[in-house]
Design a protein around this ligand. Structure first.
Ligand SMILES: Nc1nc(=O)c2c([nH]1)NC[C@@H]1CN(c3ccc(C(=O)N[C@@H](CCC(=O)O)C(=O)O)cc3)C=[N+]21
Length: 289
């Protein structure tokens, strides 16, 4: 059986560490780090994520500023809100919960967030810094994956890493981070012919597509490290109950992989934790530390 890579416990540990650090900072600086979350509309999944983020802030002593807008909000209103948050001294991190309703231009809004307050690490300047290998705010989900690898001493240097999925949120930045750690990186995606032939080469296999059971046991090299970034809500036909699954056929892959992240309890909790960490680091940088 594969070693279980417990993102939930690791996330808790990092959050506990932040929680013990923050009071000293508050005492000295007179204010806690602050994260603003912009949400538009009432997509129930988004609402649940936003609640999780706000609760996580509260638990560790960070301030959260929730900005909830109706589904028919205009681009101008959101643009104005971001401009205000960019100026707000209490706010160290700004996040626009994605996806936005179709009439809105999400990229324009991401461009508008001040790069030093870009808690999600999705601003083109921060993505460009990653591409160049410069310091900058790193996107949360891929940063969370790298933290898991580091925490479990799973070295990337010299390994063959295959990233399935090429999104700007996960696949592309994660491939760059693995490359920066000296992995030999292959990016695969929906147009890759014979995906299994590619994934079977992987010492480190990352699935970030959003398709349940995309990665079956025959696609995994025995002993490989398998990182499942998928978050898919599926409904059990018989019970009618929903549950969360990743992109990997966990029940079978767990028998051949060397190590594997579960869903839930793997990468997801690390994403939220990296968001908090990015906000805390922006706060520290702003104070010149
Ligand atoms: N601007 C922006 N940044 C994001 O980072 C972002 C976003 N928009 N839009 C939606 C996706 C999705 N996402 C998740 C974060 C945590 C869990 C998470 O904590 N999952 C738990 C389970 C949670 C549950 O049970 O519902 C787990 O995997 O164990 C999942 C998904 C962040 N996203």
């Amino acid at each position: 059986m594969a070693q279980l890579l417990d993102g939930k416990t690791l996330a808790q540990k990092i959050q506990d560490d932040l929680k013990t650090k923050i009071p000293d900072w508050v005492a000295k600086q007179g204010r806690p780090p602050g994260l603003a979350v912009l949400m538009v509309g009432d997509n129930p999944a988004s609402a649940a994520y936003v609640r999780n983020k706000e609760r996580a802030c509260e638990k560790i002593g960070m301030a959260s500023f929730g900005k909830h807008f109706p589904a028919d909000t205009t681009q101008e209103t959101l643009s104005e809100a971001i401009a205000q948050l960019n100026e707000d001294e209490q706010v160290d991190g700004i996040l626009v919960q994605l996806p936005l309703p179709k009439h809105l231009d999400d990229v324009a809004l991401l461009h508008q967030i001040h790069p030093d307050k870009d808690a999600d690490g999705l601003h083109p300047l921060n993505l460009g810094r990653l591409l160049r290998g410069e310091q900058g705010i790193r996107s949360c989900t891929p940063a969370g994956v790298m933290e898991i690898l580091k925490a479990y001493d799973l070295s990337v240097a010299g390994k063959k890493a295959v990233v399935v999925g090429r999104s700007i949120l996960v696949g592309k930045p994660l491939a760059l981070m693995l490359l920066a750690e000296h992995g030999t990186v292959t990016m695969a995606h929906s147009r890759t012919p014979d995906l299994g032939a590619v994934t079977r080469e992987a010492d480190i296999l990352v699935a970030a597509v959003g398709k349940p059971n995309l990665i079956t046991v025959d696609m995994v090299k025995p002993g490989a490290v398998v990182i499942d970034v998928g978050i898919n809500r599926v409904v059990n036909e018989e019970t009618g109950k929903g549950r969360l699954v990743g992109d990997v056929d966990f029940a079978n892959v767990v028998n051949v992989a060397g190590a594997i992240t579960p869903v839930p309890g793997g990468v997801g909790p690390m994403t939220v934790t990296m968001l908090l960490q990015n906000t805390f680091l922006s706060y520290c940088r702003k104070l010149g530390v």
